[in-house]
Design a protein around this ligand. Structure first.
Ligand code: MLT
Length: 404
């Protein structure tokens, strides 16, 4: 008789955003006349920029011609895209990352879930609390997290680093020594971040204790303050302790297009074993590459026209962030984030739990957000709103919230 991976049985409930989608669908069915505004999942709403669409059209035409047709992509991704990434995201910032340290993928969600595969199940992970749920859930599936305590919402073998208003949402070095440290900066869900000097301390710490940092930089394009690092490789010594995950979803609107990349520096080793070699083996075995058309779209992100158009798109979303933040502040809410990230993190009023506030907002204002407790126990009493809606919907949502 076959056996299943029992670790899946340990996962409490469904994936956070699936739970929310189900709740909203039920509300919508019961209240068909209500116009719901969705500021829950961080999904973009603006169309793909024209320079990128043109590049995709050209690539589609190439695929219809025997001379220019492309089959399987190279294992690591096409050289034209990896070179554009290396030049623009790294060389331009003084980071020494070569194209062959870049692995193109179908998005940072998959990579952030898959990367744990190249590490021992005996490794102890440390996560910020609250945290993007994929990091913990994928480690639960692998059997690395111990047992779940429904009372505390914590796993016995996970090191939690609380990020709350009390510590300015800056994770502190844990008392127990972790083997793998997940950092998402600017942060999902709190929308806050740390300075480059603070990040350097994390790099120094990881090198000292022999930990690896899995650094998720999905929201890097939203950084507006000058003392914040755009890549962990801006920090000295990061190439011996950090893997960086990047996404095209939030900077270029690719949530439905799917493209991302992971950097595994060749200097990153466990003893004599190169993690680059391991990830290359995994990539080659389990992945057949992002589509040619999409990789050409990714290349266009780095064209002059693409960059100019995307700067406008990011400014559009950040105007939403400012609108949400100031609107909530005017209504007396305690609000964080929204300066270097497209997320607003607010304290729920009148000691409501995160889910109570979710229901309250849905029923009274027909606005969907994300309960902070869905991201971890320290998210309880907080709530996330995304700036990825349309400007009109954002303004309308704020008007509704102000009037309840
Ligand atoms: C979120 O809402 O946290 C993000 O959309 C999740 C993701 O990027 O997968």
């Amino acid at each position: 008789m076959f056996q299943i991976n029992d670790n899946y049985q340990k996962l409490p409930g469904s994936y956070l955003f699936s739970t929310i989608a189900k709740k909203v669908a039920a509300f919508s069915e019961a209240n068909p006349d209500k116009q719901i505004i969705r500021l829950g999942i961080g999904d973009v709403t603006q169309p793909i920029a024209p320079a990128i669409i043109e590049a995709m059209h050209r690539a589609v035409d190439e695929m219809g011609n025997a001379e220019t047709f492309h089959g399987y992509a190279p294992d690591l991704g096409y050289e034209f895209l990896r070179k554009a990434i290396a030049d623009n995201d790294y060389k331009a910032r003084g980071c020494d990352i070569s194209p062959d340290e870049i692995f193109v993928s179908d998005g940072a969600k998959s990579d952030s879930g898959n990367i744990q595969e190249i590490f021992s199940v005996d490794n102890r992970i440390a996560v910020c609390d609250p945290v993007y749920p994929v990091y913990v859930d994928s480690n639960v599936m692998a059997g690395r997290t111990g047992t779940y305590d429904a009372q505390t919402g914590m796993w016995s073998n996970v090191i939690y680093m609380p990020c709350t208003r009390e510590n300015g949402f800056v994770p502190e070095f844990p008392k127990e020594t972790p083997d793998m440290i997940y950092l998402c900066l600017p942060n999902n869900p709190t929308g806050t971040t740390i300075t480059k000097a603070q990040l350097q301390e994390w790099v120094d710490y990881a090198n000292k204790v022999g930990a690896v940092i899995i650094y998720d930089g999905a929201y890097e394009a939203y950084i507006s303050e000058t003392d914040v690092a755009h890549s962990i490789y801006e920090c000295e010594g990061a190439k011996t302790c950090a893997i960086e995950l990047k996404s095209f979803s939030k900077n270029a609107g690719f949530t439905g297009v799917r493209l991302g990349y992971t950097v595994v520096p060749k200097e990153l080793k466990c003893g004599e074993v190169s993690l680059h070699g391991m990830w290359a083996r995994r990539h080659g075995t389990k992945f057949n590459g992002a589509p040619y058309i999409i990789q050409r779209a990714g290349e266009a992100v780095y064209s002059d026209a693409g960059k100019a158009q995307l700067m406008e798109q990011i400014a559009y979303y950040m105007r939403n962030a400012a609108t949400i933040k100031s609107g909530l502040q005017e209504s007396g809410f305690e609000v964080y984030g929204g300066v270097n990230a497209p997320y607003i993190w607010l304290k729920t009023p009148e000691a409501m739990t995160s889910w109570e506030f979710f229901d309250y907002l849905l029923e009274k204002a027909n606005v969907v957000g994300t309960p902070g407790s869905g991201f971890g126990p320290s998210g309880e009493g907080y709530f996330r709103l995304t700036a990825f809606g349309s400007y009109e919907n954002t303004v309308a949502a704020l008007e509704r919230i102000k009037s309840i």
